[in-house]
Every structure is written in structure tokens, then in C-alpha cells.
Design a protein around this ligand. Structure first.
Ligand code: AMP
Ligand code: TRP
Length: 324
């Protein structure tokens, strides 16, 4: 039985990039192995400074995930900080992790480029992520392309640990990133990668008006209404392709090439399709949100199941390292 694991930070409302890059593939995998999905609040704490936002977003991400089809009977869903073994293992791993390995990480370098003084937690982020993955002997890690390097660092750290402390038998399982090529990087409203930190996201469950406004704000070129348009580089078509049928995509592409319709018309078509696509999930979310104790119960139960596995791994690691 394969172990599948992934995490998402409670840094804001999950968006189309999160959904198509990670949540949907993760939900599809939940029946194909033992799945563990968690809300990475320790990771979010590297940037979030508003405690109420952290609490609200943690609950919001759990709700979104459940509304989208995560089934707590099949998958374990939990809050990372409910399982303190994550931080214990992170420390142990950090004791064998070469600094240059972390200095090389794109996510860290990008952050340094955008912010002046990086906090230590941001530098150590990939070590905590390695702990998340190795703690559960995970085989498969469904993520978007931006996390590929972090999973590679995890494999490197696992290899060092196995070489150092796993001479008789390997201490850790080698995880594999699972990245769907067509969903690897979902682009945002401005044509860059969709990301909460670029302010270009399409949240899954915004109300109708703000969502329509976001879709209408997709950046386009200034091709006049009557002229033919190029669908190959259009963010509108790229977003539509995420969930529309092949036939509908082909129709939109043909209409682009034909000319005679402005971008506003295509944006409206994208919005309508998106609104319909997420309708059942939106309805499910409203149902689940009506009973706040439901989500709390799911997370509590998930934490218990996750901790049982984490405790076993930690006993093995403490023994292998001589801490016991
Ligand atoms: P985060 O919100 O950074 O915790 O991301 C959670 C998951 O969503 C990770 O697996 C990311 O790789 C994935 N993800 C985030 N943004 C995108 C995007 N624009 N395209 C594809 N996957 C994404
Ligand atoms: N770093 C991931 C992100 O930003 C979230 C994450 C934390 C994660 N720990 C993980 C993903 C372990 C997969 C496995 O999206």
C-alpha cells in the first residue's frame, strides 16, 4: 500500500493553482493508497503575523479541501502543529543538512530577492518539509511544480540520514514528487504563476460578484474586437483549459482565431463555466460550514491518526540516532 502525503499552507483562500496543482490530484489519489494531507501552519508561520487570520485560514483551507471531495474516511486530514513530531524531526534533520543545499533553493532565493531580511524559518523551510514527508514514510507527494525542488532536497536529506544512521537498514523511505504536467503551473490573472504572494489569484469560493470582477480583470493585449486573436498565449484560454472539455476549448480557440468578439466576451464565457464547475463544491462547502464543530472534529480525529504514525517513526529515529 503506497503512502501519499501533501500539505498546503493556510496563508489565504485556496485558489485555482492550489486546486488543479495539488488539491484535485491529492483527492484523486485518496482511494489509491494511505493518504495524509495536512494544513501546514508551521510553514505558514514563516510569513503570517496575524493570529486570527492563521486560525481562520486553517479552518477555511480544511473546509475547501473537504468541499472539493477530500473524504476523511479515506484520507487523514490534520493540522501540522497538532503533530509536534514534525518539528522534532526537523531539528534532527537540520543537524545533517548542509547549508549550501538550502542556500540553493529557488523559493528561498526568490523570497530574499523580494524581501530584505529573511527569517531563519524561511531558510529552514525545506528541512521542515523534509520532516513532514519522511515522518510518514511517504512514497508519493502530489504537488505543483514550484515544490519539485523541495522534494528533491527531501530525497537528499533522506539519503544523508540513511548513509549516516541507517547502515543496517534504511531509516527513511525515498519519496517521489507527483506532478501532473498539464497542471504543473497554473497561471494567474496577470499571466505570471498564480500565487497568493503575487495578488493574482482566483479563489475557489469567492462570491459571484468579486469572482466575476477578478476574471474580467485578466490581463490581455490590445487586439481590437474585430481582429483575430491568438489563443496560444492567452491566459483566458489557459484557465479555461483547466476544466473545460476538449470540445469547448477547441470552440473557444476557433472563436479567438475568427475575430469579431472582444476579450470581454471570452472572459464572461470563462467566468460562467468556472461558476458552474464549482457549483456542487460551493454548495457542499456551505453545508459543511453550517456546522463548525464538524471541521474541528475532522481535524481532531486526523491529528490522532497522524500522531500514531509519527510517534512510531520518531521512536525508530531516536533509536537510530542514539537519542535513546
Ligand atoms: P501553497 O499555497 O504554497 O501551500 O501551495 C499548495 C500547493 O499548491 C503546492 O503543492 C503548490 O505546488 C500548489 N500550487 C500553488 N500555486 C500553484 C500554481 N500556480 N500552479 C500549480 N500548483 C500550484
Ligand atoms: N511547501 C509547500 C507549499 O508551499 C507546502 C508543504 C509543506 C508541503 N510541507 C509539505 C507539500 C510536505 C508537500 C509535502 O506549497
Amino acid at each position: 500500500m503506497k503512502r501519499i502525503l501533501s500539505g498546503i499552507k493556510p496563508t489565504g483562500a485556496p485558489h485555482l493553482g492550489n486546486y488543479f496543482g495539488m488539491m484535485k490530484p491529492a483527492i484523486e489519489l485518496q482511494s489509491q493508497g494511505e493518504a495524509f494531507y495536512f494544513i501546514a501552519d508551521y510553514h505558514a508561520l514563516t510569513t503570517v503575523r496575524d493570529p486570527q487570520a492563521m486560525r481562520d485560514n486553517t479552518r477555511g483551507v480544511a473546509l475547501d479541501f473537504l468541499a472539493c471531495g477530500l473524504d476523511p474516511k479515506k484520507a487523514v486530514i490534520f493540522r501540522q502543529s497538532d503533530v509536534p513530531e514534525h518539528t522534532e524531526l526537523a531539528w534532527i534533520l537540520s543537524c545533517v543538512t548542509p547549508m549550501p543545499m538550502l542556500e540553493n533553493c529557488h523559493a528561498f532565493k526568490d523570497h530574499v530577492a523580494r524581501n530584505q531580511v529573511p527569517v531563519h524559518g524561511l531558510f529552514a523551510y525545506p528541512v521542515l518539509m523534509a520532516a513532514d514527508i519522511l515522518l510518514y514514510d511517504s512514497n508519493i507527494v502530489p504537488v505543483g511544480r514550484d515544490q519539485k525542488q523541495h522534494v528533491e532536497v527531501t530525497r537528499d536529506i533522506a539519503a544523508v540520514m540513511n548513509r549516516t544512521f541507517g547502515k543496517k537498514e534504511p531509516l527513511f523511505v525515498m519519496p517521489e514528487a507527483s506532478i501532473l504536467p498539464q497542471m504543473a503551473t497554473v497561471i494567474g490573472l496577470d499571466g505570471q504563476k498564480m500565487s497568493k504572494s503575487y495578488n493574482n489569484t482566483v479563489p475557489l469560493f469567492d462570491a459571484e460578484k468579486p469572482l466575476r470582477k477578478k476574471i474580467m480583470s485578466i490581463v490581455t493585449d490590445s487586439t481590437p474586437v474585430e481582429s483575430p486573436k491568438d489563443p496560444t498565449h492567452s491566459s483566458i484560454v489557459a484557465l479555461y483549459r483547466l476544466f473545460a472539455s476538449e470540445g469547448d476549448v477547441a470552440t473557444m480557440e476557433a472563436d479567438f482565431r475568427a475575430g469579431g468578439q472582444g476579450y470581454g466576451v471570452f472572459k464572461q464565457r470563462l467566468f460562467d463555466a468556472l461558476w458552474e464547475h464549482f457549483r456542487p463544491m460551493r454548495e457542499k462547502r456551505a453545508e459543511l460550514a453550517a456546522d463548525p464543530s464538524y471541521v474541528d472534529g475532522v481535524l481532531r480525529d486526523g491529528a490522532e491518526r497522524a500522531r500514531a504514525v509519527a510517534a512510531k517513526t520518531m521512536a525508530r529515529v531516536r533509536l537510530a540516532t542514539g537519542l535513546r
